[in-house]
Each structure stands twice: as structure tokens, then as C-alpha cells.
Design a protein around this ligand. Sequence first.
Ligand code: MG
Length: 367
Amino acid sequence: MKITRILAYQVDLPLQEGSYSWSGSRRIEAYDSTVVRIETDSGLIGYGEVCPLGPAYLPAYAAGVRTGLKELAPHLLGHDPTEVGAISRLMDQRLRGHAYVKSAIDIACWDVLGRAANLPLVTLLGGRSGEAVNLYRAISQDTPERMAESVARYRADGYRSFQLKVGSDAATDIARIRTVKADARAGEVIVADANGGWLTHEAARVVEAVRGVDVYIEQPCLSYEECLEIRRRASQPLILDEVIDGTGALLRAGADRAMDVVNIKISKLAGLTGARVVRDLCVALGIAMTIEDSGGSDIVTAAIAHLAHSTPEAFRFNCSDCNSYVTKAIADGAPRRVDGRMRAPDGPGLGVSPRHEVLGDPVLVVE
Ligand code: MG
């Protein structure tokens, strides 16, 4: 099988809540998502999606996706998309770095592979573990009271796990954690995610002030070394996210026992091929995972669901239904949240069918 044509679509995805805020006064009102369509000489077609969380979250930005695709796509024509490992190596040979650019292509190749095999990706990625995957809800940064109200709203939607966006001044963050915890129900999971927003003196104050409180601390500081320092001071379980951007970072952190949970964002790891390696290494190292991505809608959510649902249940800390954060559905058949959980689709490949009336005309055609 050969790739004959690669197309890209740009789609604006307004956020359900109107806006989303996190540390460092970062805020967005809509996602700028890119959908990739890979056509083959067999007639099989695959789709992928990638969506940075604005330009200031990870070293990724939406226009960069499209520029990178223009650079990379011509090199892929004529190659077999079902050979996902070979495609991944080829992309690394032709474009150094820029994992996020490669992510949508990699997901689309996996989609073609699943359709060719007539199997859902959850099967090809290891097989379904458990009935469904648990979802968390990110709680946009706001006053302690408004964040507690937001938790109550999402609790009513069925979520049992909440990730509070902290990482501003220590006193306010301590109040955010205490206010939400005061109203938490038995069995709920509360994560305080600073997104690297604290210096170590601020992080140290927060973890000391909430010592003995059943809460997880996520990515307290910007650098790995600062996070390791807080890991040594904190009594709470620690989650690393932004600094785990590949196998090297994971193996170093694994050897340092620097965290209890790792967040696997598919686009940070160049797609399902790279994310699967990190997922399997986490299992080997005994580290639980949140499986997610930086943003996007139905196609990203389907990819997350297949990777998460094929991850051994005991290692799944959390998972994200990105498509419930946005107002626009871009594909039919995507996972939908039921009682705070979702499951990987049963159809071949990703198991989703894009809505072409929403995607519009392609912004890039390479043939
Ligand atoms: Mg995070």
C-alpha cells in the first residue's frame, strides 16, 4: 500500500466554557486544530488530529503544525502507511524534532493500519483492559470559590477526578486546594496542577501548607531539576507532565524515582507510535499514567481512548475527553463521556468518520 495524497484541514474549536486559564496568566478562548487525511492507492483513508494548547503551553503552535506538514508531507508520498514504525523513522530522518507536527500523520497512519487489518486500534495497541477508562476534568484557574463551583458542576456530569489549575501565588493556590478539598466527596481524586508556574520557594510553601491533605501535586516547577527538589520535600504523590517529552526524560525520571504518575500527551511524543513506547516503559517501571493530549476534538479523543483503553487498567490514573471541552463535533463515532468514563470505539482503526461539512476545504494538499 502506498500513500498517494496528504491533505490538512484547519478548524477553530471554541471552548465550551468560553475560555480556559492556567498558570502564568495563560488563557485561550478557542483551540486551533489541524486534521490530517492520508489517502492511499488501496482506497483506504486515515485521519489524524493535532491541537496545541495555544502557542505558549508546550513548544508547539498551530501555524507551526501546518508549516511542518508542508515540509514533511512530500517525503511520505509513495511510502506504506501501515508500516507505522518505518513511517515514524522516515519522519525523524526528514524533519528533526517537532514531535507535534508528526503526531497527526502518525495517528492517520495507525488509522489506515487498523482499517487494513479490520481491527480497532485498541486491539492493535495491546487489547482492551477493563470496561471503560476514567476521565478527569481540568478546572480552569479562577478564585477558590469559583473553582469549587466548577468542580460541583462537573461532579454533576459524572466526573470523579478534578485537576485544579494552580501555579499562581502560593497563598491563593493553598486556598484553592483547601476550598475544593473541603467540599470533595469520598473517592474523588484532586490534582493541583501548577503547569510549571511555581518557583521552588512557592512550591515548597504550598506542599508544606497542604501536608497531610489527600491531593496530588502536578508539574510544580518549570524544570525537571526544580520538580525533583520539590519531590524530595513533598509528602504528596507527584505527577510529571510537561518535562516528560520522550524516552530519555522518562528513563532519567524513572531512575530518580522522580514521580508517581506521568502524563502522556500523544502529540508531545510524535503520535501513537512514540506514546505507546513511553506507555509500555511506564508499565515496566511501575508508573501510573494520565493518557491525554494538549487539546483537540473527536479524532484526538478517539486516539486517546484507544491508547488508554489498551493500557493495563491498574496503570491508568486518568484520561481526558478533549472533545467535551469544545463546542464543535468534527467526527461521528467518537467516544462520548458516560458517567465520567469513556471507551474506545469498536470500529476498525480509530472508528470515527470526519464531518466534512465542519472541516471545510483543505488548507494543504500534497500529491
Ligand atoms: Mg498537566
